[in-house]
Design a protein around this ligand. Structure first.
Ligand code: A2P
Length: 283
């Protein structure tokens, strides 16, 4: 990561993954954003506000609209880092390759920047082998996993000569998940944080600590939390469907939290996740 003080906009902050591919550290998440104008508009607004990284998944059922938003933005597809994810049914059916092609069709692209195994569903080992083939064939520039705990990653590394570039996991000040973040980083794999603002319907953003810290810099609680993620060196994927919030969430490069503030924010940790537990999920 570059010196945070020198960065002025979303597209400037990048991380180099373990295969040499560069990823913008801030991306727009579109979980639960419905297909149609809501997703098209969110993606278009993000790209026009300077984002260069969009994170979707087959199961969000909005891939067509993500592709349309990119086209409507006027930004060259090659300048956008685009991620989608392999759904559990396709993992269980051994159809990673077909699923990847179908996702690219819906997105209207001929390569992906990052393709992830969405959950460690039964059969993920075989799916990983197919993902490695897609990577070798250069249909995807990077491959990774999501919701993998340390033991899943260790199994993967023991069976495959190809390391994932990222593990996308739940992480926010309310569920810091620091032990896993550290374990993933120790394997030289990057961490992507989902539900970074505490997730839809969460209470994190109304915590008075965030408002108090934000006041000092003229920033909102969401901006403070996004800045906290950037400074801890993870890739952060805040979700919003509102153009003004999308813009606001990328305006986080003109201030820096000090060490005491970083620690105080991390101390909001409750240990409770917002989403499903990767060791006990039933979908
Ligand atoms: P909305 O989409 O209505 O803007 P996460 O990224 O942790 O999943 O959290 C997303 C939630 O936080 C969404 O419900 C989103 O609502 C809300 N949100 C995103 N950005 C902001 C912001 N700048 N201020 C307040 N709420 C926000």
């Amino acid at each position: 990561m570059q010196n945070m003080q020198e960065l002025r906009q979303a597209s400037d902050a990048t991380i180099t993954l373990n295969n040499g591919v560069t990823i913008p550290q801030l991306g727009l998440g579109v979980f639960q954003t419905p297909q149609g104008e809501e997703t098209i508009g969110a993606v278009r607004s993000a790209l026009q506000a300077g984002y260069r990284h969009i994170d979707t998944a087959m199961i969000y059922r909005n891939e067509e609209s993500v592709g349309e938003g990119i086209r409507q933005s006027g930004v060259d597809r090659r300048d956008v880092f685009l991620t989608t994810k392999l759904w559990n049914d396709d993992i269980r059916a051994g159809k990673a390759r077909e699923a990847c092609y179908r996702s690219m069709d819906r997105l209207g692209v001929d390569y992906l920047d990052l393709y992830l195994i969405h959950w460690p569903a039964d059969g993920w080992e075989q799916a990983w082998e197919q993902m490695v083939e897609l990577y070798r064939e250069r249909r995807v520039r990077a491959i990774g996993v999501s919701n993998f705990q340390q033991h899943h990653l260790e199994s993967l590394l023991a069976m495959s000569g190809t390391k994932p570039q990222v593990d996308q996991i739940e992480s926010s000040p309310q569920f810091v998940n620091q032990e896993l973040v550290d374990a993933v980083h120790a394997k030289r794999i990057d961490v992507e944080a989902y539900s970074p603002l505490g997730g839809t319907g969460g209470s994190l953003l109304s915590d008075p600590l965030l408002a108090r810290i934000g006041e000092q810099y003229g920033k909102s609680p969401a901006q403070v939390v996004i800045r906290w993620h950037l400074q801890r060196g993870v890739i952060v994927l805040p979700k919003s469907t509102h153009a003004e919030r999308i813009r606001q969430n990328s305006d986080v490069f003109d201030f820096a939290l000090d060490d005491a503030q970083m620690r105080a924010i991390a101390a909001l940790d409750t240990g409770h996740r917002n989403g499903a537990d990767p060791d006990h999920f039933d979908f």
